[in-house]
Design a protein around this ligand. Structure first.
Ligand SMILES: *Cc1c(COP(=O)(O)O)cnc(C)c1O
Length: 405
C-alpha cells in the first residue's frame, strides 16, 4: 500500500463537515442536551480553537496553573461550586473515574473490589477493568422503577468483607443513571461509606451541570463530571473532584531523571501525564459556560426542567400499552419509555423499527435511536416550552395515526 497522498478527492471528502441538527430539528438525544454550548462558549471556542491555544501565557508549565485565561480561578470556583476541596480537568468523566480508582488502589493495594450500583455506566466497569480490579454490583428493584436502596449497599459491603477479608476499595454511585435517568441521593450512601471508612465516588456525568451538587453534604470523596455531557462544553472534557485527604495520592509529581541529560520534570503531575489533555477548545468552552451552568442549576431553573419532562409523561400516558420506566415523578429529564404499542406497529410496518424515528423526523424531531421502537429514550433538558409541547403533540399524533389512543 502506498502512502496516502494529497488529492482533490481527499480534499473534497473532508470539505463539508457541516452540522445543522440543532438548527433544523428539535434534538431530544439524551446524551446531547446538556452539552449544547452556550453563546459565550461558541465565542470562546472560535478564539481558542487552535491546538494548544490555552498555553499562550503558561508560566509554570502546568495548565491548571494558568492565570490568563483564568484556569486557576476556574478550578477553584468549580471546587467551590461542587463543594469539594480540589478539582482537576480530565479527558472525560470516564477518565476521572479511572484515575480515582488508580490512586486509591495504590493507596490500599490489598483492597481489590469496587462496589457499583447495578445501573452503572459501561465506563465505570471499564475503569474497574483497566485498573485490574473486581466489580461487585448492588442490586436494584427491577421493573419498573429500578430503584436503589441504601440497605443493599450496606449488605454488599458486608458481603465483600466476608468474602475477601478486606474492605471494598471504593463505592461508586451513579448520581443519575444513563438508562432510566433515576436520580440517586448521594447522602445516605455517603454516610454508609463514612461508617465503614470506604472512599466514595459519585459519578455525576449526567448530573453535574444539571443539578446543584454538594459533595460535602453527600460525604463524597471523589466526583467525576462530564463537560461534554452536562456542562455545555465541547468534548472531550471531564472533571475529577477530590478531597484534601487524597491530595497527595492524586497530585503525584514526576521524579524521573534522564540518565544522559539529567533532566527532571518535577513540576509535572504524573497522574495527568504532566497536563490534562484539554489544551484549548474543551477547557475554554467549559470555562465560558460556567456562569450559565451555575445559573441553570439554581433551584427554580432545575424545577422548571423537571416540569418539562413530567409534562410530556403526563400527556403520553394516555397512549395504550406504553409505560414510563424509572422513578416518577422525574427529577432528571432523561426519560425511558417502554413502548410496546409502537413495537406492535413495527411488526407490520414496511420500515419496521425505523418507522418511529421516521415519524418523529417528519415532525422535526431528531434523536431517537434508529431501528428501535420498543423503547424510547428522550431528554427534554433545555428545550423551550413550545418545543416541549410540539414534541408531546407529535408523540400523541403518531399514536393517533396508528390507533393507539
Ligand atoms: C455519559 C456518561 C458517562 C461518560 O461520560 P464521559 O465524560 O464521556 O466519560 C459516564 N457515566 C454516566 C452515568 C454517563 O451517563
Amino acid at each position: 500500500m502506498p502512502n496516502l497522498e494529497y488529492t482533490e478527492e481527499l480534499k473534497q471528502k473532508y470539505a463539508n463537515l457541516t452540522r445543522t441538527v440543532n438548527e433544523e430539528f428539535i434534538n431530544i438525544h439524551p446524551i446531547q442536551r446538556g452539552g449544547i454550548l452556550t453563546p459565550e462558549a461558541y465565542r470562546a471556542l472560535i478564539a481558542y480553537a487552535d491546538g494548544y491555544s490555552l498555553c499562550d501565557n503558561c508560566l509554570k508549565g502546568r495548565i491548571d496553573k494558568i492565570e490568563n485565561p483564568p484556569v486557576i480561578d476556574f478550578l477553584k470556583d468549580m471546587a467551590s461550586y461542587l463543594q469539594i476541596e480540589n478539582v482537576m480537568p480530565t479527558a472525560a468523566a470516564r477518565r476521572a473515574k479511572q484515575i480515582a480508582m488508580k490512586v486509591i488502589s495504590e493507596r490500599y493495594p490489598k483492597r481489590r473490589v469496587v462496589i457499583v450500583d447495578s445501573l452503572a455506566h459501561y465506563t465505570t466497569y471499564l475503569a474497574v477493568e483497566t485498573n485490574n480490579l473486581q466489580v461487585k454490583e448492588v442490586p436494584n428493584s427491577g421493573y419498573s422503577e429500578y430503584k436503589l436502596e441504601k440497605e443493599n449497599f450496606e449488605a454488599t459491603i458486608n458481603q465483600v468483607q466476608n468474602d475477601e477479608a478486606e474492605l471494598p476499595l471504593l463505592v461508586v454511585l451513579t448520581h443519575v443513571d444513563y438508562k432510566y435517568g433515576n436520580f440517586n441521593d448521594p447522602s445516605p450512601i455517603g454516610e454508609i461509606c463514612e461508617k465503614y471508612n470506604i472512599p466514595f465516588l459519585l459519578n455525576a456525568a449526567y448530573s453535574g451541570g444539571i443539578f446543584p451538587i454538594d459533595c460535602e453534604k453527600g460525604k463524597v470523596d471523589f466526583i467525576a463530571c462530564s463537560g461534554h455531557k452536562s456542562m455545555a462544553s465541547s468534548g472531550p472534557i471531564g472533571l475529577l473532584g477530590f478531597k484534601d485527604k487524597y491530595y497527595n495520592d492524586v497530585m503525584v509529581h514526576s521524579k524521573i531523571q534522564g540518565n544522559l541529560t539529567n533532566r527532571t520534570f518535577s513540576n509535572k503531575i504524573c497522574t495527568f501525564m504532566g497536563c490534562p489533555p484539554v489544551y484549548g477548545a474543551p477547557l475554554i468552552t467549559l470555562m465560558a459556560s460556567f456562569p450559565t451552568v451555575v445559573k441553570r442549576t439554581q433551584k427554580k431553573y432545575v424545577k422548571e426542567e423537571s416540569k418539562k419532562a413530567n409534562y410530556v409523561i403526563e400527556k403520553i400516558q394516555t397512549i395504550k400499552n406504553l409505560k414510563v420506566l424509572g422513578k416518577l415523578p422525574k427529577i432528571h429529564p432523561l426519560t425511558n419509555v417502554e413502548t410496546k404499542c409502537f413495537e406492535e406497529v413495527s411488526k407490520s410496518h414496511p420500515r419496521r423499527g425505523f418507522f418511529l424515528r421516521d415519524e418523529f423526523k417528519e415532525r422535526g424531531i431528531l434523536g431517537m435511536l434508529p431501528g428501535i421502537s420498543k423503547e424510547i429514550k428522550f431528554n427534554t433538558f433545555g428545550l423551550s416550552w413550545d418545543q416541549v409541547k410540539h414534541f408531546t403533540n407529535s408523540f400523541l399524533e403518531i399514536a393517533e395515526k396508528y390507533n393507539l389512543l
